[in-house]
Design a protein around this ligand. Structure first.
Ligand SMILES: *Cc1c(COP(=O)(O)O)cnc(C)c1O
Length: 361
């Protein structure tokens, strides 16, 4: 068996030891006589898995007690619709800061339910930066302000939490959650699909300051109501048990490795190495994002000569480096280097890129 270094943007690579543990526990979870995915979500075995996952995530992220933590289906995109449904009254304004593809999705999902005000946008500049806070035109009476902490496709990441006063700050952290320490108390809602940094696709983590749960929101079914999910501890209906279990294994792996502080150091080194190779290539490779807001998680880059795209991908694959093709919206390449991508994988990619340039430059 040879596992490649997998730079997929999501679903993304998982820690090998987590996959091995899941494999070992697959047929008989801790002597239960069944796999964890074959047992009731209300039984003692899964309740233990669920509670430990939440406790471990609370430890990892230092989530204060006045925040609820949910493990839900529907992906990040469903949360983008549930947020206005739950936290804004019909016709109310909500401010969106648009810095890339996923910010657009958030706006699209919200539009049926709120009066979207695009408070700032970097679209005219091709989503290569983040508008300065001084240039945001926030509404007086917004239900909340929404930002995308890391734009997975455009490779643009907020490097600071911008102050928005008393208005709840809602952030899509799908592709950068648990990648470095974060002051949760600066946010009202943090949400993330799991398939980038937390585990497998099929579960989303939503962290909500509890006072927001008292908002009336809009007419909606119980299943679309965050307060109901909180009251039922994410078991209003059958939760995605397999995904929740695997995410829990990832949390334990992260804690054993030294927690978010350790991953922040690794992620800084990994991303710095790739940007260095790109910036020192004399234009053979190119990343167009403003250096101050370059993503530590997703490194999009272009080759000077587009005819080299195919040879680059083919030769990378032969070298055991897969899923480097860029998103179709941008073209070029993208290396996603989440927590589970080992430093050796990024070093291998950096060497390959230098070598490829020597042979084709
Ligand atoms: C992947 C991603 C999404 C979409 O997630 P789904 O689980 O497919 O709904 C939303 N926002 C960001 C930042 C993402 O990276």
């Amino acid at each position: 068996m040879t596992r490649a270094y997998n730079f997929s943007a999501g679903p993304a690579t998982l820690p090998e030891t987590v996959l091995q543990q899941a494999q070992a526990e697959m047929l008989d979870w801790h002597g239960a006589g069944a796999s964890i995915v074959e047992l009731s979500h209300r039984g003692p075995e899964f309740l233990q898995v669920a509670q430990e996952a939440e406790a471990d995530l609370r430890t990892l992220m230092a989530i204060p007690d006045d925040y609820a933590v949910l493990f839900l289906q529907g992906g990040a995109t469903a949360q983008q619709a549930l947020i206005p449904l739950n936290f804004a009254v019909p016709g109310q304004k909500a401010d969106y800061v648009l810095t890339g593809h996923w910010g657009k999705t958030a706006i699209k999902q919200a539009r049926p339910y709120v009066d979207v005000n695009i408070a700032a946008s970097s679209e005219n500049g091709g989503f290569r930066g983040i508008p300065a806070r001084a240039d945001w035109r926030l509404s007086d009476d917004a239900a909340y302000v929404h930002v995308t902490a890391n734009e997975t496709i455009h490779g643009v990441e907020f490097r600071d939490t911008h102050d928005v006063g008393d208005v709840p700050l809602v952030a899509d952290f799908s592709s950068s959650i648990v990648s470095e320490p974060l002051d949760v108390s600066k946010y009202a809602v943090i949400y993330a699909g799991a398939q980038k940094n937390l585990g497998p696709v099929g579960v989303s983590v939503v962290i909500i300051r509890r006072d927001l749960l008292e908002r009336a929101g809009q007419p909606r079914a119980d299943i679309f109501t965050y307060a109901s999910h909180v009251a039922k501890e994410s078991m209003l209906n059958t939760p995605p048990t397999w995904n929740w279990y695997l995410a829990g294994l990832v949390f334990k792996w992260m804690l054993a490795q030294g927690g978010v502080e350790e991953f922040a150091r690794r992620n800084a080194r990994k991303s710095a190495l790739l940007y260095q190779v790109i910036d020192n290539s004399g234009g053979f490779y190119r990343n167009e994002v403003e250096p101050a807001v370059r993503s530590r998680m997703n490194v999009p880059f272009f080759l000077k000569d587009e005819a080299l795209n195919k040879p680059f991908l083919d030769e990378a694959k032969t070298a055991g480096l897969i899923s480097l093709k860029g998103h179709r919206a941008l073209g070029g390449m993208r290396a996603s280097i989440y927590n589970a991508m080992p430093e050796e994988g990024v070093q291998a990619l950096a060497s390959f890129m230098r070598d490829f340039q020597q042979r084709h430059g």
